[in-house]
Write a protein that binds this ligand. Structure first.
Ligand code: E4P
Length: 220
């Protein structure tokens, strides 16, 4: 399973990229606006830190302007994945960019039917938002299972399932159990994945016992 991080905070991206566990980055207009940076500069900087796919979302709602914005974003770096909303114009843009060899992430997916359309439009990634479905008492992870089942029925569909709107580590492990291709994690969730109280307790015990030995591995 690939791990993307879902943030536009460059310091967080640098910090987490140094773990060697980050395969890509997703941003959205809300995260980008929060960064306070000029969007194209921000994407350029992120692409320089993370060589994997970096999702940059168009903000136009009509096909011709989406294509113009996508051209600007694609010119920034070869690892930019154009993010388009799951609308008729978004999928038209998706088809045009994927036919031209570009990466596309189709976002704001909330149903299996939408995911099927995105795959037929040649999306590189489909982003179903599990957390936002859970928030309205619908089964986010059930949607992931449904999409994976459909995509596996058709070997010509190459779209990767990118689990988005992740809220906690259980979303990540459940998505991995189902065989989702990618999870995009808020930085906090990536850090939470490391944590277990027995790891902390065990380490504390080992270190206390080792200190009593008076030894140092570096001085042997
Ligand atoms: C995905 O690409 C989106 O940016 C993101 O996962 C949305 O998450 P949210 O529902 O926490 O805003």
């Amino acid at each position: 399973m690939k791990f993307f991080i879902d943030t536009a905070d460059l310091d967080e991206i640098r910090d987490l990229a140094a773990t060697g566990l980050v395969d890509g980055v997703t941003t959205n207009p809300s995260l980008a606006a929060k960064s306070g940076r000029k969007f194209t500069d921000l994407i350029r900087d992120i692409c320089a830190v993370v060589p994997g796919p970096v999702s940059a979302e168009v903000t136009a709602l009509d096909f011709p302007t989406m294509m113009k914005e996508a051209a600007v974003l694609r010119a920034i770096a070869p690892n930019v994945a154009i993010k388009v909303p799951l609308t008729p114009d978004g999928l038209k843009t998706c088809k045009a960019i994927s036919d031209d060899g570009g990466m596309v992430n189709v976002t704001l997916c909330f149903s299996a039917g939408q995911a099927l359309l995105a795959a037929k439009a040649g999306a590189t990634f489909i982003s179903p938002f599990v957390g936002r479905l859970d928030d309205i008492s619908q089964d986010g992870m059930g949607l992931i299972a449904e999409i994976l089942e459909i995509y596996r029925n058709y070997t010509d569909l190459k779209t990767q399932v990118l689990v988005a709107s992740i809220r906690h580590p259980l979303h990540v492990t459940e998505a991995a159990r189902l065989g989702a291709d990618v999870a995009t994690l808020p930085p906090k969730v990536l850090r939470q994945l490391y944590a277990h109280p027995l790891t902390d307790k065990g380490l504390e015990g080992f270190m206390a016992d080792w200190a009593k030995s008076g030894q140092s591995i570096l001085e042997s």
